[in-house]
Write a protein that binds this ligand. Structure first.
Ligand SMILES: [Zn+2]
Length: 419
């Protein structure tokens, strides 16, 4: 290990390379939370007011906002913090919780702990009805006697009404409920919510830190780990996938063939079609894996296959629930498709950024091997590269405006092909 602390010392905070400040903040908060619990009378029961807080206890608060660029580990940090709060070993030896080994830690990491509510918006937005249900459930007493933790990923997908419902819950918190909201940046949430949360800011980890984790934890050979870390630009999950999943690596290679393929009109249109198709295939693979088990679970919940009185009625109820589920799955499929294509466009943009850096002779870490870039860099100008980068960004913008993907990508590919 390169850092000061060994992996074992960090327990559940182990998978956050390059986030030392965040880990220190969360460990202090977890220690404060344990001190708060220890200061309260055993046996629980309603209490008038709250005990005065010591400095250590004030490191803890009931609403948190985890921010950071995609892949920096927002939800990993939030999950680790949840484990630290619920850890069975929390106050055993004066250490902050989050041993990573007790039953409670394991359940939190697996997402099965009874006092952990995991929220992952599957569609483009998260509605007010779902949020009200969530607030109700979150107000319940923790079964394990510690905290009731709500981990809300992509909280920025809340609709305006949903955000209002959430705000009320955060303004008047249940005594043992802790809200962990995740969003790309603090500005993605309305100011009223933001101002009531303590903000945890994750940074983009260095490629070296990411590569180190891939080598130490996943046993990936160092050179390969570093190449994947650079290609993923600090996104640890993506780096791991590129290093271990051959089909993900192949899709990336396909995307990066575009710059040398778009020599004229015909090849540009072909490249555009294949870019869109590749993204669709990847999105399909992701959603299909999720869809069928969900439908299956719903059928089981309604007792499909059994007979007797009431079954016909239940089956009619199932049709409605199935329709709801399919609508949600459809909305998720749209999002995954959009995200996947956007990911491909970002790869492409990064490739041209590397070319620009070479053309300008800038001393920057490149995401792609220099040997892949040299030919294109020497056969064009920085101005042309900039124009191409703009074409890619314009295409991304069109896609957020719901322009048909193939049209937007074709327009981009034609711009890329112009000298
Ligand atoms: Zn534990």
């Amino acid at each position: 290990m390169t850092g000061g602390l060994s992996a074992q010392d960090l327990g559940v905070f182990d998978d956050l390379p390059g986030q030392d400040a965040v880990v220190a903040q969360l460990r202090r908060a977890a220690a404060g939370a344990a001190a708060l619990l220890a200061g309260q009378q055993p046996g629980g029961g309603a209490r008038e007011g709250r005990p005065p807080r010591t400095g250590q206890q004030s490191a803890m608060t009931h609403a948190w906002l985890f921010t950071g660029p995609p892949g920096s580990g927002r939800s990993v940090a939030a999950r680790a913090f949840a484990a630290a709060l619920l850890c069975g070993d929390a106050d055993g030896d004066g250490n902050a919780g989050g041993c990573g080994e007790c039953a409670s830690c394991r359940q939190v990491l697996a997402g099965t702990h009874a006092d952990l509510l995991l929220v992952r918006p599957q569609g483009l937005s998260y509605g007010v009805k779902q949020t009200r249900d969530l607030v109700l459930r979150a107000a319940g007493k923790p079964t394990g006697g510690r905290w009731h933790v709500v981990l809300f990923e992509d909280a920025d997908r809340c609709t305006e009404q949903a955000a209002n419902a959430l705000l009320k819950a955060i303004e008047e918190p249940a005594p043992r409920t802790v809200w962990l909201l995740c969003a790309p940046s603090a500005e993605d949430l309305v100011p009223t919510i933001r101002s009531r949360c303590r903000v945890v800011t994750l940074v983009v980890p260095s490629s070296d830190a990411v590569a180190q984790v891939l080598t130490d934890r996943d046993g990936i050979e160092p050179a390969r780990a570093l190449a994947a870390a650079r290609a993923a630009q600090g996104h640890i999950g993506r780096a791991r996938r590129l290093a271990t999943d051959a089909s993900a690596a192949k899709r990336r290679a396909d995307v990066l063939r575009v710059p040398s393929a778009v020599t004229s009109l015909g090849p540009a249109l072909t490249a555009a079609a294949s870019l869109v198709r590749t993204a669709e295939e990847e999105a399909k693979a992701v959603t299909e894996e999720l869809d069928e088990p969900e439908r299956e679970a719903l059928r089981r919940a309604f007792g499909e296959g059994s007979s007797g009185k009431g079954v016909a009625k239940a089956m009619r109820g199932m049709a409605g629930a199935m329709k709801d589920l399919e609508d949600r799955q459809k909305s998720r499929a749209t999002r995954v498709k959009r995200d996947t294509l956007d990911q491909a466009l970002l790869e492409l943009a990064l490739f041209y950024r590397d070319i620009l850096m070479l053309q300008l002779g800038a001393d920057t870490e490149l995401a792609n091997p220099e040997s892949d870039l040299r030919k294109l860099a020497s056969s064009s100008t920085p101005e042309a590269t900039l124009r191409r980068l703009q074409a890619i960004m314009h295409c991304r913008e069109l896609l957020t405006l719901n322009v048909a993907p193939l049209l937007a990508v074709e327009e981009m590919a034609l711009s890329l092909s112009e000298g």
